[in-house]
Design a protein around this ligand. Structure first.
Ligand code: GLU
Length: 511
């Protein structure tokens, strides 16, 4: 199995789906997953794109067994460095008479094509150089005449191949032309390079987008001519946007980088991408990676295009997030808060009693990576965050919402809901109560949930008011919002000093 991207742009959702299906199939069958970079088009290939593709695959957790960075037995894995193989195989075809040198110039070809179009004839190459004798060709090459190498397509007959997903295909050879194998600059064409590489890299299954079906008959000819064994082909259905047009930039984000930057979960992306063209039983929607590997089969890949549905993607992402254990969830959240500049916080919180939370780092590589990578990793902040996440529970639905939802625990410039202020805090009475509450907190020796709760309720009793009359305004004063998790925990997470400071600020808004 292999993924063979051309490094000419982002890792696209469709490319990632192709990579995933190859990866799943390799994992399922105990095969090897090969990454080959098809960079023969020097003008369009860029180093940035190459890096981006590898970064995207790594982020998705689609590791490869052989590739340009890792090497392997059948390398190198960059097409631009495999020239000798293409030339040796082209030479082989020339010697067998299955390919020939063509000296037609691009201008001549263009002119003949225009003529054919005008005369309503098939504009394919007319085979003019087919019968140039090898000696003559050699002499012309010596003379420095520009030339390409073309495949000698049989005039008659059909080329037939089977596709695991789409069944049998048959193309008439007379519809295929003497296509180019090696261009005038010595570079191989896609159709030639892909066969030479797949064969020499011992690729058993060619799993790729169905936009390549029309290339496959030419490729089958090359396999046969070179005496290479045909791989099995599986052409994946197209991915469409919600308007059923081919998925493109027009439909919004199509690059994997976008989802990485927006803090989607790689496992959720994998789950969603797997469903773009494959389904176990038409019903089950949530899959962990391991379950996907077990369930995946090429036979169940659909022939029909699938539609990229953003809301389904969001839903799957939220479900994965919900299911994550606290520790990895905290690691991801910690990273996001750092990425978004929310960590380090504006203020230090000393939760006076140690937080009782047993956080044992798991074996997941991602966790070790974070802890290793992060030189100023702050264990105390990490524990505070874990506890915050625990108390928030399912209120935190998406990783990407965390910076906004948790901002008030870290920054003083958090968003304030003006309606909540006018409902609960905007009266002399409420302000006076916030001052009393802050004094109450200042007096506390222990600062844990029970003590804080007792103090607040005690104050409410003394003032002869309902505890809610303190709780609601206090919540707005501390978080800017009318809703939050259990207020006593919010107070603990902010710490005595910060909680008291915000209460006093609320008591004296102009001061
Ligand atoms: N480089 C080709 C592409 O990106 C690969 C096609 C194939 O898998 O054969 O479309």
């Amino acid at each position: 199995m292999r993924f063979a991207p051309s490094p000419t742009g982002h890792l696209h959702v469709g490319g990632a789906r192709t990579a995933l299906y190859n990866w799943l199939y390799a994992k399922k069958t105990g095969g090897r997953f090969v990454l080959r970079i098809e960079d023969t088009d020097a003008r369009r290939s860029t180093g940035d794109s190459y890096e981006g593709i590898l970064r995207g695959l790594r982020w998705l957790g689609l590791g490869w067994d052989e590739g340009p960075d890792l090497g392997g037995d059948f390398g190198p894995y960059l097409q631009s460095t495999r020239g000798v193989f293409y030339h040796s195989d082209a030479q082989n075809l020339l010697e067998k008479g299955m390919a020939y040198y063509c000296f037609c110039t691009p201008e001549e070809l263009e002119k003949r094509k225009e003529d054919s179009v005008r005369k309503k004839l098939d504009p394919k190459y007319d085979g003019r150089c087919r019968n140039i004798l090898p000696e003559e060709a050699a002499a012309r090459i010596d003379r420095g005449d520009g030339h390409v190498i073309r495949f000698r397509m049989p005039d008659e007959g059909n080329v037939v191949f089977r596709d695991i997903i789409r069944g049998e295909f048959s193309f008439s050879n007379s519809d295929l032309d003497d296509f180019i194998l090696i261009r005038s600059d010595g570079k191989p064409t896609y159709n030639f390079a892909v066969v030479v590489d797949d064969a020499r890299m011992r690729i058993s299954h060619v799993i790729r987008g169905d936009d390549h079906i029309s290339n496959t008959p030419r490729q089958v000819h090359i396999y046969n001519a070179l005496g290479y064994r045909l791989p099995k082909f599986a052409h994946l259905p197209m991915i469409l946007g919600e308007d059923r047009a081919r998925l493109s930039k027009r439909h919004g984000a199509t690059s994997i980088d976008y989802y990485r930057e927006k803090h989607y979960l790689p496992d959720a992306m994998i789950n969603y991408l797997a469903l773009l063209g494959w389904s176990l039983d038409g019903k089950r929607e949530l899959f962990e990676r391991k379950a996907l590997i077990e369930a995946f089969s090429l036979k169940k890949v659909s022939k029909n295009p699938s539609v990229f549905d953003n809301s389904r993607m969001e839903h799957i992402n939220a479900e994965h997030f919900k299911k994550m254990p606290l520790f990895p969830k905290t690691v991801l959240a910690y990273r996001v808060l750092k990425d978004e500049g929310i960590l380090p916080p504006d203020f230090k919180v000393d939760m006076s009693r140690p937080v009782d939370l047993k956080l044992v780092p798991g074996k997941e590589p991602i966790l070790e990576e974070v802890l290793k990578e992060d030189r100023d990793f702050d264990q105390k902040e990490f524990q505070r965050l874990a506890l915050i996440i625990k108390v928030f529970g399912n209120r935190l639905k998406l990783l990407k919402d965390i910076p906004e939802m948790l901002r008030y625990y870290y920054k003083d410039d958090f968003a304030v809901d003006e309606k909540a202020v006018s409902n609960y805090l905007d009266s002399a009475e409420a302000r006076e109560r916030m001052l009393l509450l802050s004094e109450e907190l200042d007096r506390l020796k222990y600062f844990d949930v029970e003590t804080v709760e007792e103090a607040l309720r005690g104050l409410a009793d003394r003032l002869d008011i309902d505890a809610g009359e303190l709780i609601h305004p206090c919540r707005v004063a501390l978080s800017g919002q009318a809703v939050s998790p259990d207020l006593f925990w919010v107070i603990i997470f902010l710490g005595k000093k910060k909680a008291s400071e915000r209460l006093r600020a609320a008591a004296n808004p102009k001061g």
